[in-house]
Design a protein around this ligand. Structure first.
Ligand SMILES: N=c1c2ncn([C@@H]3O[C@H](COP(=O)(O)OP(=O)(O)OP(=O)(O)O)[C@@H](O)[C@H]3O)c2ncn1[C@@H]1O[C@H](COP(=O)(O)O)[C@@H](O)[C@H]1O
Length: 105
């Protein structure tokens, strides 16, 4: 599953040199950090509204938008999504759940 993140991260990196007229991501980079942060905030709000509406399809759609714009933010800041996965992995290891899961499996 994280292969999608890797491939998308590659595309987002390549878009740094792309024509804003032909790419949504290049256009967003061109608008700068504040525009990217605004999109992250909007998508977070839309995620909250979808959850409150109790619509699972809409919730998945909005979370995809939120994750996507978070990935654009990471790329714009020179970060790779693997840094976030590594942080989650570190927390999972610390929680002891991983150890319990390996013992029960
Ligand atoms: N996953 C996505 C993706 N998810 C959402 N979006 C865009 O994010 C925007 C979501 O914002 P909104 O819902 O607010 O819709 P909107 O009103 O059109 O947005 P604004 O123009 O107002 O910002 C839409 O324009 C979507 O098209 C995405 N655009 C691109 N990708 C991926 O990024 C890759 C590179 O995209 P380009 O740079 O466009 O080639 C693509 O191949 C896709 O894999």
């Amino acid at each position: 599953m994280s292969d999608v993140l890797n491939q998308l991260a590659e595309v987002l990196e390549a878009r740094k040199g792309a024509d804003p007229a032909s790419s949504y991501v290049a256009k967003l980079y061109g608008k700068g950090l504040d525009a990217i942060l605004k999109k992250v905030g909007e998508e977070a709000t839309e995620t909250v509204m979808a959850a409150k509406d109790g619509d699972p399809d809409k919730l998945v759609y909005e979370i995809a938008d939120l994750w996507f714009h978070s990935l654009v933010l990471l790329a714009q800041q020179g970060l790779h999504p693997n840094a976030v996965l590594a942080e989650l992995d570190r927390r999972f290891g610390q929680s002891g759940i991983a150890e319990k899961a390996s013992r029960s499996g």
